[in-house]
Design a protein around this ligand. Structure first.
Ligand SMILES: Nc1ncnc2c1ncn2[C@@H]1O[C@H](COP(=O)(O)OP(=O)(O)OP(=O)(O)O)[C@@H](O)[C@H]1O
Ligand SMILES: [Mg+2]
Length: 481
């Protein structure tokens, strides 16, 4: 058990995505509702204040006009004011007119009762025509203002108008609004986190399904797939990527298990042969020649076995990320010429014409000479094995920009189209019985591909049954991996 398995701390709720999403959702909702309600409140407040101020300004204007036009008609003035004030159900207003000395000339009924007149004078001192909020004698809310009014038109003096308007109804409206505001805010704080949590849980459920599927997967159970039906777009693409990864894993696992079965099979055949021959030989007394024959056959099988094991080890090495290549400048034209000379005798024996095609000058590239020699060697031996007498095997190399290209072309039996995509697979043989007889293990082309991949290049095969096969290797001229 690893430490992380044994001592993993229990997941903390506040670290969960559901918590973070719902907290963010609740906070955003809270801020939004607060901002909306606060701006509504302040709009209402300033609207009410403005309409009160306008009303007061309006009244002052009427009173001033009357005082200017009819300075002696105080009774008419009083009547006018009382009529208007009485006509208002709410927002009663009160007016007091003071002469130059500050003695009251006219006061609307109840004004002295409702408003503290000394406070009035104190509050409005030095702030003419500005409305000021004050509390009335019975706790009501007032807005008060003071203004000078010219009496008569010529050589006139001015009186002071004191005006107060009862804004208690407005205050009640604002208080109701504040109550509504706090209630909504309270409800938001309670409802948003819950709704946010359920939304987040609902949104993250597909992830739990992905995790559950991942938990069910093991090397023996790679058939599990995520059913992304109904998933949100982002997660269905994640599920699709995950499923594709599982496809690749499953394919790799199947290839590996096929490979193991093939190894076992290919190792068993020569071992069984050696064993069978030894058992038969030991069943009774044999002549020296018979023993020699058995030993020769055993040696042949042992060579096959050791070749197979050698090839497998070599393949495993080509796949290791730690493999070291001995990079050097290699004259590929010379390398092909050397191999042609090496295979001259066996080709002659098989009745095959083996030749190199002269390109337009030497082809030089940075390669691992030994490995590349081995790759081309495998291709030539394949070509010779599968080309009937009278045929031709041609080796060619040329430069294509930054790439060097090596072709091994034969006029042999060719490979059926359906087998072509598999010839680079390990242990694949088009005709296993024929290859078995010729000693082929089916690893030659896999090794070629491994070597070319180590050079960062590619191997390609084209073939026409009955006409011949061409294998093309392409490698970067200055490849370092
Ligand atoms: N030039 C070719 N012409 C026709 N068939 C070929 C040619 N090269 C390869 N093949 C086919 O591809 C199969 C795989 O080739 P590969 O070199 O990997 O294995 P092998 O030659 O059978 O065994 P090994 O190379 O390990 O001794 C061969 O068995 C053969 O059927
Ligand atoms: Mg081969």
């Amino acid at each position: 058990m690893t430490p992380s398995q044994g001592l993993a701390p229990p997941p903390r709720f506040w670290r969960s995505l559901a918590f973070r999403l719902s907290a963010g959702y609740a906070l955003a909702g809270f801020v939004l509702v607060s901002l909306a309600a606060a701006s509504l409140y302040f709009m209402l407040l300033s609207g009410l204040e403005r309409s009160t101020d306008e009303f007061l300004a309006d009244k002052l204007h009427v009173l001033r006009t009357m005082l200017r036009e009819r300075p002696d008609d105080l009774d008419g003035l009083r009547e006018e004011i009382e009529l208007e004030s009485a006509a208002r159900r709410y927002e009663h207003f009160y007016i007091r007119l003071l002469d130059e000395k500050g003695d009251p000339l006219l006061t609307t009924p109840d004004m002295a009762e409702e408003v503290d007149l000394t406070q009035f004078a104190r509050e409005t001192q030095g702030t003419p025509e500005r409305t000021i909020p004050v509390k009335g004698s019975h706790g009501q809310s007032f807005r008060i203002a003071k203004a000078q009014a010219q009496v008569g038109t010529v050589g006139s003096h001015s009186d002071t108008i004191q005006i107060a308007i009862d804004v208690s109804q407005q205050e009640k409206l604002l208080a109701r609004f504040r109550l509504w505001f706090w209630s909504i805010l309270l409800a938001t704080s309670a409802v948003f986190p819950v709704v946010g949590y359920f939304l987040a849980r609902h949104g993250t459920r597909p992830m739990e399904e992905i995790a559950a599927t991942a938990r069910r997967i093991s090397s023996t159970n790679l058939k599990e797939r995520i059913d992304a039906e109904g998933f949100p777009l982002e997660l269905s693409s994640l599920a699709g990527t995950f499923n594709k990864m599982l496809d690749r894993l499953q394919e790799s696992f199947e290839r590996i298990s096929r490979f193991s079965a093939d190894i076992a099979h290919d190792l068993r055949t020569p071992v069984n042969n050696i064993r069978g021959e030894a058992e038969v030989a030991l069943a009774r007394a044999r002549t020296v020649d018979e023993y020699r024959e058995v030993l020769e056959s055993s040696l042949e099988e042992s060579v096959r076995l050791s070749d197979l094991i050698g090839n497998l080890l070599f393949l495993a090495r080509t796949e290791s990320p730690l493999v070291h290549l001995r990079w050097e400048q290699v004259n590929v034209t010379e390398l092909l010429e050397g191999l042609r000379e090496y295979y001259e005798a066996p080709a002659l024996e098989a009745g095959i014409s083996l030749r190199t095609r002269a390109g337009g000058g030497p082809v030089v590239a940075r390669l691992d000479r030994i490995l590349m020699q081995r790759a081309v060697d495998n291709l030539i031996s394949n070509a010779i094995v599968h080309t009937p007498p009278g045929g031709t095997v041609e080796l060619a190399t040329c430069i294509e920009g930054a790439i060097i290209r090596i072709d091994v072309r034969d006029t042999g039996a060719g490979i059926p189209a359906e087998a072509l995509p598999k010839v680079f697979d390990r242990f694949f043989r088009v005709d296993p019985s024929r290859s078995q007889a010729s000693g082929g293990t089916g690893l030659g082309l896999a090794i070629v591909q491994g070597i070319v991949s180590l050079h960062g290049g590619s191997a390609e095969i084209t073939s026409q049954p009955g006409l011949g096969t061409t294998v093309t290797l392409r490698i970067h001229r200055n490849a370092t991996s």
